[in-house]
Design a binder for this molecule. Structure first.
Ligand SMILES: *[C@@H]1O[C@H](CO)[C@@H](O)[C@H](O)[C@H]1NC(C)=O
Ligand SMILES: *[C@@H]1O[C@H](CO)[C@@H](O)[C@H](O)[C@H]1NC(C)=O
Ligand SMILES: *[C@@H]1O[C@H](CO)[C@@H](O)[C@H](O)[C@H]1NC(C)=O
Ligand SMILES: *[C@@H]1O[C@H](CO)[C@@H](O)[C@H](O)[C@H]1NC(C)=O
Ligand SMILES: *[C@@H]1O[C@H](CO)[C@@H](O)[C@H](O)[C@H]1NC(C)=O
Ligand SMILES: *[C@@H]1O[C@H](CO)[C@@H](O)[C@H](O)[C@H]1NC(C)=O
Length: 331
């Protein structure tokens, strides 16, 4: 039933989209648009086929449906259908596709490269599937507005070219991203609103100039291996509402400027090694500073843990992150 509901939703979207220009006309007048008719027929065929064989037909995406007929499709929402397999190559024909949501299925295999050939794509949601391996760097060259990769089994490093992307929402949580915090991320200042890099095995320090992302409302880098201080520049993200840096190895004092952010609603700093926190932070509506090394605060780490941690120096350039470029080779 979920399948039919989704298809129905997709159908309604197309109908709305294609009929929109005609809505000002008389209500009796139903325009006969041949391309719409084709899309409708194709979707009907697909829908019918799926009704006749609800489980198996969709399993490997190879049914009698002709995606080519759907060339006018602008929105395709096929989430939560328990689809297996990958995305069919026929998707390449969806040249007008603007939004693709195949989240929450059981899709597997490598990153669906077919999406790289969709010139109109703005919104790509493939989260909660079983895709694995590398994410092609070219994804960040697409003119996407939102990208949801979370809860797959991707293993890759965020490339430096990420700064060239036009994303306003980037969610890569629960993958094995690993590697460094890409410095060029600050080049996304004009577009980025939500950055969710949680549980992505990222090492290194948070770039000092991260505050250049002045349009961020959500910044979540929890459950990584981040070290070093929380940059003072975060206090320049005047629109920030949600800040979560929990479960890392961050240390030093929490900068006061952060707790003075006018829109900050929720600041989670638990499970780090912070050793100081301004009074001001205690006034935030929702906060969680447990399991740090902050004197006088309840539920902190043991003194032994804090001393052991602070005896080890922090190296931002560990793991090859933010190290100066190697000197030119001489022979
Ligand atoms: C269809 O799927 C069911 C279980 O989901 C399976 O038992 C059956 O053999 C499948 N039929 C075909 C024709 O693949
Ligand atoms: C970013 O885009 C510029 C041009 O827009 C290009 O010169 C540069 O190579 C790109 N950088 C990366 C890392 O792709
Ligand atoms: C982190 O992601 C892994 C999969 O990459 C998952 O198994 C694990 O439960 C996640 N951990 C948290 C704290 O969400
Ligand atoms: C933030 O968003 C506004 C529009 O909401 C835009 O004009 C501005 O360039 C963006 N970037 C920065 C860095 O403020
Ligand atoms: C974080 O700190 C713990 C405890 O000192 C240590 O075992 C772990 O290796 C540290 N991780 C990183 C990435 O520094
Ligand atoms: C605050 O943020 C934390 C971490 O993201 C979340 O678990 C918690 O539910 C949030 N609390 C509220 C009241 O939004």
């Amino acid at each position: 039933m979920a399948t039919i509901a989704s298809l129905h939703k997709a159908l309604v979207c197309i109908l709305l989209l294609l009929f929109l220009p005609f809505l000002s006309l008389s209500e009796d007048y139903l325009p006969i648009n041949p391309r719409l008719e084709k899309a409708y027929v194709a979707l009907q065929a697909w829908k019918h086929a799926i009704t006749a064989d609800p489980k198996n037909l969709t399993l490997d995406w190879c049914g009698p449906h002709d995606l080519g007929l759907l060339s006018d499709l602008a929105l395709l929402h096929l989430n939560s259908n328990r689809f297996h397999g990958g995305l069919p190559d026929a998707f390449e024909r969806l040249q007008l596709l603007y939004e693709l949501d195949v989240s929450n299925n059981r899709l597997q295999g490598p990153f669906p490269a077919v999406v790289l050939h969709l010139p109109s794509l703005k919104y790509l949601d493939i989260r909660f599937n079983r895709f694995r391996g590398e994410v092609p760097l070219r994804v960040f060259d697409l003119r996407l507005d939102a990208l949801f990769l979370n809860d797959n089994q991707f293993a890759f490093s965020l490339p430096d070219s990420i700064g060239n992307s036009s994303l306003s929402v980037l969610v890569v949580a629960d993958n094995r991203i690993s590697g460094c915090f890409p410095r060029s991320i600050t080049d996304m200042a004009d577009t980025l609103n939500e950055l969710i890099l949680l549980n992505a095995s990222i090492t290194s320090c948070i770039p000092e100039d991260i505050g250049k992302l002045k349009n961020l409302t959500v910044f979540d880098v929890s459950f990584n291996n981040l070290v070093g201080p929380l940059p003072d520049s975060i206090g320049e993200m005047r629109k920030l509402e949600q800040l979560n840096v929990a479960h890392n190895n961050l240390s030093g004092d929490v900068p006061e400027s952060i707790c003075e952010l006018p829109r900050l609603k929720n600041f989670t700093s638990s499970y780090n090694y912070f050793c100081g926190e301004p009074e001001r932070c205690l006034k935030l509506r929702t906060r969680d500073d447990r399991e740090n090394c902050i004197p006088e605060r309840p539920h902190q780490r043991s003194e032994e843990q804090c001393i052991a941690f602070s005896s080890k120096p922090v190296h931002c350039d560990a793991n090859g992150c933010m190290a100066p470029p190697p000197p030119p080779a001489h022979y």
